[in-house]
Write a new protein. Sequence first.
Length: 435
Amino acid sequence: MSTQSEITVVQGGRVIDPASGVDGIRSVVIRDGKIAAVAERTDVPAGARILDARGKWVTPGFVDLHVHLREPGQEYKETVATGTRAAVAGGFTSVCAMPNTVPANDNTSVTELMLARATAAGLARLYPVGAASKGRKGEDLAEYGELKAAGCVALSDDGSPVMSPSLMRRALEYSRAFGLPLAVHEEDLHLVGKGVMNEGPTATRLGLQGIPAQAEDVMVLRDLSLLELTGGRLHICHVSTAGAVRAIREAKRRGLPVTAEATPHHLTLTDEDVAASDYDTDFKMNPPLRSVADVKAVREGIADGTLDAIATDHAPHSPEEKKLEFDAALNGVLGLETAFPVCLELVRQGVLTERRLVEALTISAARCFSLPGGTLAVGAVADLAILDPGLAWVVDPVRGQSRSRNTPWKGKRLTGRCVETLVGGRQVYRLEDSP
Ligand SMILES: [Zn+2]
């Protein structure tokens, strides 16, 4: 008895797959959910489904190391279903869900619930990140072995720093024993104080309390120092300062096992945008938007690979939590549906090559947490994005796929958009079909 293979051929697109060194017009043949061939000429088997990608980029599906899907506990902001729908609409086929849910993902029942919801949604692949400490309270370590067995790919107290250096040391040692990366949100809360935006002339002018760049720098330096003691794998989330980039570059030069990510907003916006927006709280996030010099350093960090990956830190919030005075509003912005065009602007500005942009969104990200995917190599799962780099559109959060609307790019005209997304060879998003 033979089973009929399902074959899809993505034809005529510019395939950019940094992992296998391909950049050119190719056809991608997908058979039974896997990449069967990437070639300049292919015979199209009878019965194959053809996707016309002429004029488009065909890349591995993007891998986001850092999203907040809010389920369980805050489904009014986002659910696994709506969050993974936003992901595939932005070209992301794998997302790593941070553990600051309610309750926190510090035990297998939460991990299993998130995975079951993702399976039911059938959109992007979800990789849960387990809590580094019980309840993310920074007091006692969570059970890393159980979290790993349930499917967690990394550990983090993201949303909060691990303030205790001794707990941080033990978290590094314990995560090392289980072969899991420890992802850290770096801010010294004593230095943050009551700060709500980057410390500097803009904060002074706006009359808002500042957060010095050193709140991030000192924690990065501390954890790199502890990493030298313990070994293990340290991943630094949402790097936003020149000092942090410098410290990571130096640590990598010395061979320390550290990886890092930067967000689209820290690569493209500065604290002056808070002023220009007239206290719009969709420009309030943590870490805060930094100075022009910091943004320049973060850009250089992504360009030279000091910072491995672009991760969105997609952080949905309701209007009730955002439409408040700047001091009172919650931190965070959406990212999944706008990451590609926002970062493509860096290519147009000559900051990144096209290849490096795709690499930072795919294989470099996958490697940080040892995830499958991020490549179109033969035999890999057929997770891919078809992107129109020239498509201009105006961001209308009401029409977005996320349940929330807190984006600093609302009303902005962006160029570049994901038009179709495949996960395991299955079409999970098509711009034409979206409302
Ligand atoms: Zn964070």
